[in-house]
Ligand binder design. Structure first.
Ligand SMILES: C[S@@+](CC[C@H](N)C(=O)[O-])C[C@H]1O[C@@H](n2cnc3c(N)ncnc32)[C@H](O)[C@@H]1O
Length: 250
């Protein structure tokens, strides 16, 4: 059974699998100015053509060896920078597909003088390009795009293939934490522990569910010292709930 969410070309086993068009191919009169600008934010921004070269050696991107904490879809970088500030003993890597947002993340890190954060401009559907087995001490996903329509299901990050990748990448005992304003995403994370992307029963993946919260904007998160993200603050200000679920790699 093909994985509905995992992007299938080029073939598995060939790396890097994420092959963005060359910058020159993207140029037109209204070209995204961040296409060039994101390269000027080294070392905080790690462009796609460099990021995969750190497969198995992310300590080289940080200039030091430390536990690697990974956030998927860092957006404007509030969580990334907040986590770096709260944990100078960690190397914190964001993975963000949009050029501008990668730059915004880098700006936040640099403005705060944080040297333990990096943002890879990369497609999170190709985590196998970036991480060896057991590379990460934690994975965080905050407000992933919901893609509610069934015909867009292949775009959803929260899926069986993502959990399989998380199980491969995370060290034993490491947390996988998800916050979302979109309840189906929270439910999918636990559903796909023992169901495939077509909803059929599948072998149980090696995670325990360690906590859940129905609203982290008004109550505690299922982990200590929650760091608010940009989207999270928007939902809090509108009086809307943000759900959370925590897993641990067994
Ligand atoms: C709804 S926003 C949430 C941003 C941030 N995490 C927050 O909570 O404020 C989703 C983010 O995921 C990024 N994203 C979407 N698909 C992605 C992919 N395939 N790989 C990496 N980042 C992705 C988007 O560009 C966007 O910044």
């Amino acid at each position: 059974m093909a994985h509905r969410g995992r992007r299938t070309s080029p073939p598995e086993g060939e790396r890097p699998r994420f092959r963005p068009p060359a910058a020159d191919d993207l140029r037109h009169p209204e070209a995204n100015p961040y296409l060039d600008a994101h390269r000027e934010w080294s070392p905080e921004v790690v462009p796609a053509d460099v990021a995969h070269t750190f497969h198995g050696r992310w300590e080289a991107a940080f200039g030091r060896s430390a536990p690697l904490h990974v956030e998927i879809g860092s957006g404007n970088g509030f969580f990334l920078a907040g986590t770096c500030a709260a944990h100078p003993e960690w190397n914190v890597l964001g993975v963000e597909i949009r050029y501008k947002r990668a730059v915004l993340c880098a700006r936040k890190l640099r403005a705060a003088g944080l040297t333990n954060g990096r943002i890879a401009r990369y497609d999170a559907f190709y985590l196998d390009d970036l991480f060896t087995d057991g590379a990460a001490a934690a994975l965080y996903v905050n407000h992933p795009d919901p893609w509610p329509r069934e015909r867009h299901a292949k775009n959803r990050l929260i899926s069986r293939w993502f959990l399989e990748e998380a199980a491969r990448i995370l060290q034993s005992g490491a947390p996988l934490r998800l916050k979302s304003d979109y309840l189906p995403n929270i439910e999918r994370l636990t559903f796909h522990l023992d169901h495939d992307d077509d909803g059929e029963p599948a072998p149980r993946l090696p995670f325990d569910v360690t906590g859940r919260a129905d609203d982290v904007t008004t109550g505690p998160a299922p982990w200590p010292d929650d760091i608010e993200t940009n989207y999270q603050s928007k939902f809090r200000k509108r009086g809307l709930p943000v759900y959370a679920v925590a897993l641990a790699r067994t």
